[in-house]
Design a protein around this ligand. Structure first.
Ligand code: SF4
Ligand code: SF4
Length: 441
């Protein structure tokens, strides 16, 4: 069953020019069409097609906005294929805010384009399960049984291709995975260390719980007080990527409420994708009559684990001999502009040798739920990333986002590679020798 323009309330298809109401139209004109972003774009790098480049997509958005183009299957395809990695923003000398443009264009697509039944079911599943840790936990129970019985390989062989892709991304269930340590919100007499809130995210709580737990441990070892947040929810990244702005705003308001009253001076998340979204709450809620000011203030406090570890006291004295490389998770590098701190931290660990990775900041294809919705492009990007990782000859590839961890680990597993993929927090625990460490292997 194919996709088609959605009949609107008046009974017709989407009217040309309606995107003016959705996209920040003036932002389109920051683009001077120089093309300097093209080689930084993963989809252009693989497809070599102008309409799969940032410049091409901006042309499409502008043509839609001006009523020169109807929303059709081709246009939707080119917009869907964008990973929202924001590599183009880093490359752009004109400061085009591409992330903002594509986020709003996606809202327009979802409102005005009727997707196929298969896409609707898939998107519904993602939207109703992934932002809710308890639901995901329940859904994964059969997989835990499969893993306990040692039947993962058999299941992967027997599963239909579409399902196999999802199963391959799941890390093996481990009963001893550390959970996030429960702690009360800080008070003024809690001690001299700077208070840091670790936002747990949603999917990471279930699939990679050690990352938040080990982030908290590392921060405490470096002299920080870690604030446990009881009522935060999904950051809204999945909804932003999928054009569901209404729920993204609702999640943002709940998180701003909690983060603004917890007393933390800095906010981190093991998922850099979540960090980048929280850092954008000020923009996202800029017109909210209640939360605009608090949202700006919360956004200004977002940082990352490596930046805080570099600024804190050094807890690492034990030598841990390992050759590692570092993959830049898109939203840490392109969203928050943090590239050097994780590298400096890795270099500072006794015994650790850092080898630079070719195309380190090219998206691995994970991109939120992109590897579930666009498996072909995602696999091609994972393969390119794995080629570059293998070429370094390292023992570990370190990164700062659970999605990248699962994506790269799945690709290395398919190749039978022994290289371990680890979140920075897990690697710090391993190097320190005191904490629980696990990677997606
Ligand atoms: S966000 Fe990433 S995939 Fe999308 S146009 Fe920019 S560089 Fe390309
Ligand atoms: S987005 Fe920036 S780099 Fe890309 S074509 Fe436009 S102005 Fe040039």
């Amino acid at each position: 069953m194919g996709s088609a323009p959605r009949a609107n309330q008046a009974g017709g298809s989407a009217s040309p020019g309606a995107i003016r109401d959705v996209v920040d139209y003036e932002l389109l004109f920051d683009c001077v069409h120089c093309g300097l972003c093209l080689e930084a774009c993963p989809t252009y790098t693989l497809n070599r097609a102008e309409m799969d480049s940032p410049r091409g997509r901006i042309y499409l958005m502008k043509a839609l906005a001006q009523g020169a183009l109807e929303l059709d299957a081709d246009v939707v395809r080119h917009l869907d294929l964008c990973l929202e990695c924001r590599g183009c923003e880093t490359a752009c000398p004109s400061g085009v805010r591409y992330g903002q443009l594509i986020e709003k264009a996606r809202v327009y697509v979802e409102r005005n384009w009727r997707r196929s039944l298969r896409e609707r079911i898939r998107n519904r599943l993602i939207g109703e399960i992934f932002p809710y840790p308890r639901r995901l936990d329940w859904l994964l129970m059969p997989m835990r049984l499969v893993d306990a019985l040692g039947l993962r390989g058999t299941l992967e062989r027997l599963a239909p291709a579409a399902l196999r892709n999802w199963i391959e991304l799941l890390p093996a269930a481990r009963a001893d995975a550390p959970r996030f340590p429960r702690a009360a919100a800080v008070h003024e007499d809690d001690g001299p260390g700077k208070a840091v809130a670790v936002h747990e995210g949603c999917v990471a709580q279930i699939l990679t719980p050690s990352e938040n737990a080990n982030s908290a441990r590392a921060l405490e070892a470096a002299g920080y007080r870690v604030v446990r947040l009881e009522r935060t929810v999904c950051c809204g990244a999945l909804d932003i990527h999928n054009g569901n702005r209404k729920r993204a705003l609702a999640f943002a308001r709940q998180n701003v409420r909690e983060l603004s009253r917890c007393g933390a001076e800095a906010i981190v998340s093991a998922a850099s994708g979540c960090s980048a979204v929280i850092a954008s709450y000020g923009e996202l809620l800029r017109e909210d009559p209640v939360w605009a000011t608090a949202a700006r203030e919360v956004s200004s406090r977002v940082t990352d684990l490596s930046s805080l570890m570099i600024a804190g006291r050094t807890p690492f004295t034990r030598e841990f001999v390992a050759k590692v490389t570092y993959h830049d998770s898109c939203h840490l590098a392109h969203g928050l502009g943090i590239r050097e701190a994780p590298r400096a931290l890795l270099r500072s660990l006794p015994g650790v040798t850092l080898v630079e990775l070719a195309e380190a900041d090219l998206c691995c294809g994970s991109a939120g739920s992109y590897n579930l919705t666009e498996p072909e492009m995602a696999r091609a990007l994972a393969a390119r990333k794995a080629d570059n990782v293998v070429a370094t000859g390292v023992d570990y590839v370190i990164l700062s986002n659970p999605g990248c961890e699962l994506q790269i680990a799945a690709e290395l597993r398919r190749r039978g590679s022994k290289i371990r993929v680890m979140h920075l927090a897990d690697f710090l625990a391993l190097a320190a020798g005191g904490g629980e460490a696990r990677g997606a292997r």
